[in-house]
Design a protein around this ligand. Sequence first.
Ligand SMILES: C[S@@+](CC[C@H](N)C(=O)[O-])C[C@H]1O[C@@H](n2cnc3c(N)ncnc32)[C@H](O)[C@@H]1O
Length: 350
Amino acid sequence: MTDGSEGASGAPQTAGGPVRHVPVMLNEVLDCLNPVSGETIIDGTFGAGGYSSAILDKGATVIAIDRDPDAIVGGAPLADTSDGRLKLVAGEFAELDVIANAAGFDAVDGVVLDIGVSSMQLDEAERGFSFRQDGPLDMRMGQAGPSAADVVNHADQATLTRIFGLLGEERQAPRVSSAIVKARAKAPITRTSELARIIEAAVGKKPGDRIHPATRSFQGLRIFVNGELEQLAKGLFAAERILKPGGRLVVVTFHSLEDRIVKRFFQDRAGKASGSRHLPQAEASEPLFSQSERSALAAGEEETADNPRARSAKLRWGVRTAAPSRKGDLSIFKLPRLAIEQVNSRAQTR
Ligand SMILES: C[S@@+](CC[C@H](N)C(=O)[O-])C[C@H]1O[C@@H](n2cnc3c(N)ncnc32)[C@H](O)[C@@H]1O
């Protein structure tokens, strides 16, 4: 399942051009997060500040994090009018507990994550996320690490196949990676439109296809470049460490790989068989979260009619218990083994 980045790159459009990011499932997020005056909430994915702004309206203080420096700059006017209640921090939500500690908070009442890419990022051709608008092949939400061009031009064919197959869920991943390896032998691939053309020629476009042939491969590349699955897995453990007893963790995801991580986290932390088999039985069975509903919530009909991106959204949430946090063991997520370091070192040696 793709993350809704199709349809003019997933961004809401008007006759006058692109509009700002429309927050997805905002009402449901507020119902579950239930922020009240005097509380402190971490918004780990600030974006255009849709969630943060609504949480501020409820009287809570917000520690808002985004790895994209443009999002932080864009949030300055909201911070200026927040009476000091919006603290904007450039950083990664994998470290949200460390960030909150550095901002002077030992524990918080809620954490919300809205996973994925924002409409502003998709709309800005220069950021290189979109196959619909030509731009440099970049895709980095932050500024660090290898770009999509580094990956496409330097990763070995087997790694590319795994990126497109495992992270993009592209059935024709071997064809895509083979076409890329042939093309880059002639000249480096540097533009989004160039990569989209190579992929389209490799997988073909069948009549009636609902999505562009490059959608899945672009998604896989973006997830890889930004280490998105690992960020999510680590962010969930960080939330467990920083939430007070009674604190709420609310996560909105847009495709099955992400939702599976959140589902596994709650199964491990809220289930009866909670915890590692290496822990003493009593400690292992003590739930770290309680859940009033185990299945994911979806957006309502009205919202999905207005905002196509909401169609693939899933919300899962839980309430932190008083049990002490446990060591986060990433193996519970069974993440695909794909090391960005390998691409990094290859890019540097050329
Ligand atoms: C879907 S948008 C969030 C939209 C936001 N809820 C709103 O209402 O405007 C996701 C944002 O999270 C940011 N992001 C994604 N992964 C991140 C990470 N690991 N750490 C910090 N920010 C991240 C992106 O840069 C993007 O701005």
